[in-house]
Design a protein. Structure first.
Length: 440
């Protein structure tokens, strides 16, 4: 058969853009459809704008700490619209850059919704129908909104970047990385936060302790009953087992679900699991020979770099003559909370369950800057080691710049280095990272 395109990609997020660009570079005729903005969750309403808000919120502590370092810092007022508008302007710049990259690789960009009408056919909202030898679904995931009376009065992380004003009192539902990151952002910018649900592991326990010391309140194991919107626009949040909470904003961060509703997957015969995720094999192929999927829509590992790797692997396998599969073992991840935490490999609990005999090494310390600043905030680093062969199977840390340090340390875990290898490295002093090679 003759098709309109070699590849048609639905969704121009991190995975879809990478797959489209690389496939086109390999010589394929490619089109990509995006009903919102090119760049997807990470660039438009996720990691990038959120990290910029994290940077902005850190200045609250930095300005306070500066006085202990001899700086005469006057009373500073924060102006939310300035930060919000500058962040959104950067998002717009990145969207244009992503679009230019696709155009430069001769990928046809269609700014409209596309749905499957068959294994090789896609219909655009404009009414046009196109065919493709291969179809790649890269529509990502969308925030879950809980069902209860008054849930329409809450927002998700999508809307958080567009708030007209910074809310003084925020209730955040959830305990994952998005909830913790926005708790730190809102709190440092002057809001009052409440996070729901519990934590486990030592590093997360430390985050809980530090967050409580900063004044963030927690309500564990409670569920929403209803939200009332009062005449003055404020909200009264009713939850099981505790008194109602007054708030200006309620934010849902209880998870994300694959964005497959209304895509026409049934018409094409594409199977989804009980969470709505596209079922794929190790080569990103769905249950239909011509339809593939990458990124959060597959609900494997919901991280931007993973989606990019999957998009690259798909393009190299299908059009580059280089069969490639993504290795999902020892993927580093981070939470840009206040302070941030990061980890790679097995936690202590996972290692004990899988390996049986493990050793753990920890360093519990105050960063030099925190000591002089009078900030009673302690970092915690942990190495998890297989007792049988001395291999470091996990590194977990919380403290300033933990994600930056962990990225390099993750190489050691991926390379299966041992505790002896860590011990043999001379410490780089004075740094926080030197603690990784000084644990006894």
């Amino acid at each position: 058969m003759t098709y309109d395109y070699d590849l048609f990609v639905i969704g121009a997020g991190s995975g879809g853009v990478r797959a489209a660009r690389v496939s086109a570079a390999h010589g394929a005729k490619v089109a990509i459809a995006e009903e919102h903005k090119v760049g997807g969750t990470c660039v438009i309403r996720g990691c990038v704008p959120k990290k910029l808000l994290v940077y902005g919120s850190h200045f609250a502590e930095d300005l306070a700490d500066a006085r202990r370092f001899g700086w005469d810092v006057p009373t500073c007022a924060f102006h939310w619209p300035t930060l919000r508008d500058n962040v959104l302007a950067e998002v717009s710049r990145l969207e244009a850059a992503y679009t230019d990259t696709l155009n430069n690789h001769k990928v046809e960009v269609l700014k409209e919704r596309a749905t499957l009408t068959g294994p090789n056919e896609v219909k655009l909202v404009s009414g046009r129908t196109v065919t493709a030898k291969y179809i790649l679904i890269a529509t990502g995931a969308t925030p879950v909104v809980p069902s209860f009376p008054g849930n329409e009065h809450g927002i998700t992380s999508n809307e958080a970047f567009h708030l007209d004003a910074l809310p003084k009192r925020v209730v955040i539902a959830g305990a994952g990385y998005i909830a913790n990151e926005f708790a730190g952002i809102f709190h440092n910018l002057g809001s009052h936060d409440v996070i729901l649900r519990g934590y486990d592991e030592a590093i997360r326990d430390r985050l809980l302790t530090i967050s409580m010391m900063k004044g963030i309140e927690f309500r564990f194991h409670v569920a929403f009953e209803r939200i009332e919107k009062r005449e003055d626009g404020t909200l009264l949040v009713h939850m099981q087992g505790c008194d109602p909470i007054e708030a200006d904003t309620v934010m849902y961060a209880i998870g994300r679900r694959p964005n497959t509703d209304g895509l026409g997957l049934e018409a094409a015969g594409v199977e989804v699991d009980d969470k709505g995720a596209v079922v794929v094999d190790a080569d990103n192929r769905s249950t239909v020979e011509s339809v593939y999927a990458v990124g959060d829509v597959t609900n494997r590992v919901q991280l931007t770099p993973v989606a990019i790797r999957e998009g690259q692997a798909f393009a190299d396998t299908m059009f580059g003559g280089k069969p490639t599969r993504v290795d999902y073992e020892n993927i580093p991840s981070a939470v840009f909370s206040h302070p941030p935490l990061a980890g790679v490999g097995m936690t202590e609990g996972q290692a004990r369950n899988k390996l049986g005999s493990v050793k753990t090494y920890t360093s519990d310390f105050r960063a030099m800057k925190n000591v002089l600043a009078g900030r009673n905030e302690r970092a915690l680093y942990k190495l998890v080691v297989n007792s049988e062969n001395d291999q470091v199977v996990g590194i977990h840390m919380i403290g300033p710049d933990a994600p930056e340090i962990l990225q390099a340390a993750a190489i050691a875990v991926k390379a299966k280095l041992t505790k002896a290898d860590f011990d043999a490295v001379v410490a780089l002093h004075p740094t926080m990272a030197e603690e990784l090679v000084l644990m006894k």
